[in-house]
Design a protein around this ligand. Structure first.
Ligand SMILES: Cc1cc2nc3c(=O)[nH]c(=O)nc-3n(C[C@H](O)[C@H](O)[C@H](O)COP(=O)(O)OP(=O)(O)OC[C@H]3O[C@@H](n4cnc5c(N)ncnc54)[C@H](O)[C@@H]3O)c2cc1C
Length: 332
């Protein structure tokens, strides 16, 4: 497999800027490329994205492949898989890293199938095995209750990485790199779907995925009023409110705030889990949190097995006391 060489990062763009996940992946890709003594390349796909190539270099890439075409304005499976297959076949990277985002989750497995290789989704750590030089991929298993390290021998080794799991490098505008333009060469009739409308989710305050502090409530909160109290606490902590599935299903809180397997994936510095049991489906969306505080009246609740700090008690008593202490400390 000597023809495969180097590390490649798929660069996502959001609001005409590099998405945060892209800078994180470039930070991690740089380290892997240095450990292999090889090049770090990046791929920029979209319409009007060429201007961002230098920014990708400033965050660590040695080379940027740019595929800029009006047909690539919106992410669309057929077109993006086709151009990524083309780039990977031309560049032949040993490792391809994408974000564990809605785009990465869609693109990575399809690309792996087309390229007849394997893929590991939702990795939290990546490293190079010093002996085999293969990529070691550490990811949560059993709904986030354990971590397992995998590797595979087919190339390219494709992985997705969870947002916030890696740190970006300091931006260095003086870094130099090469920009390679590739023609998309798309046949419009081969693109079977098109985006008719984009609806921007309205968010009051901080977006759940960007919040450093999340106050998350479960079924035990009992209703929409309880979530207002959690919202107050989140506001004091300059954070956001999240939830397990039952409060969303019951309409106590918008469904866009559901965290878990079928909801959002978050990795804040502080996750306050209130009146939720800690089901594996919920934990798979928040087990990357740096600190978890659990408040639950059941001392046997599963959440206490994963929490770093815990309070056994009724949230209706604990949260007001906690919130007033937080306010006192924040003002003090
Ligand atoms: C395919 C599939 C996908 C799923 N996806 C998701 C997902 O993305 N996200 C998700 O969250 N779930 C998901 N679920 C549902 C999941 O299995 C659980 O049912 C759900 O997470 C449980 O939510 P909960 O912890 O709020 O409720 P429960 O498990 O009912 O826990 C409520 C907790 O509140 C505590 N409590 C009650 N009253 C109080 C009080 N006054 N003070 C303190 N504590 C109190 C109880 O002790 C209990 O531990 C999914 C399920 C399936 C099958």
């Amino acid at each position: 497999m000597a023809e495969y060489k180097g590390v490649m990062v798929y660069s996502e763009v959001a609001d005409d800027k590099l998405a945060a996940i892209t800078t994180e992946l470039l930070g991690c890709g740089r380290k892997l490329a240095d450990d292999l003594g090889q090049e770090l390349s990046a791929v920029l796909v979209g319409s009007g994205v060429s201007g961002l190539a230098q920014e990708v270099i400033a965050f660590g890439a040695d080379k940027v492949y740019v595929i800029d075409d009006p047909l690539l304005k919106d992410y669309q499976t057929d077109s993006y898989v086709a151009v990524m297959e083309k780039v990977v076949k031309q560049a032949m990277p040993q490792i391809l890293i994408l974000g564990q985002t809605s785009i990465g989750r869609d693109l990575a497995p399809r690309l792996a199938f087309r390229l007849e290789t394997a893929v590991s989704l939702d990795c939290l750590e990546l490293a190079i095995d010093p002996d085999s030089k293969l990529l070691l991929q550490t990811k949560p298993v059993y709904g986030g209750n354990a971590l397992a390290t995998f590797t595979f021998e087919s190339y390219p080794q494709i992985v997705t990485v969870r947002p916030k799991a890696m740190s970006p490098l300091e931006r260095d505008a003086s870094r130099k790199g090469e920009v390679v333009t590739i023609e998309a060469g798309l046949d419009p009739s081969a693109i079977r779907t098109k985006v008719l409308e984009t609806v921007i989710e309205e968010v009051e305050g901080i977006k759940l995925e960007d919040a450093e502090v999340i106050v998350s409530g479960g079924r035990g909160i009992g209703g929409a009023e309880g979530f207002e109290q959690l919202g107050e606490l989140a506001k004091t902590l300059k954070g956001a409110v999240g939830a397990t599935r039952p409060p969303c299903d019951n309409g106590w809180i918008p469904e866009g705030l559901q965290i878990g397997l079928t909801g959002k994936i978050v990795a804040p510095t502080l996750y306050i889990a209130v009146a939720l049991s800690g089901s594996s489906q919920h934990m798979s969306g928040c087990s990357g949190s740096k600190n978890i505080i659990a408040i639950n009246k059941d001392p046997e609740a599963n959440i206490f097995k994963v929490a770093h700090f815990g309070v056994v008690g009724d949230w209706k008593k604990v949260i007001p006391a906690f919130a007033s202490k937080v306010k006192e400390l924040m003002i003090g």
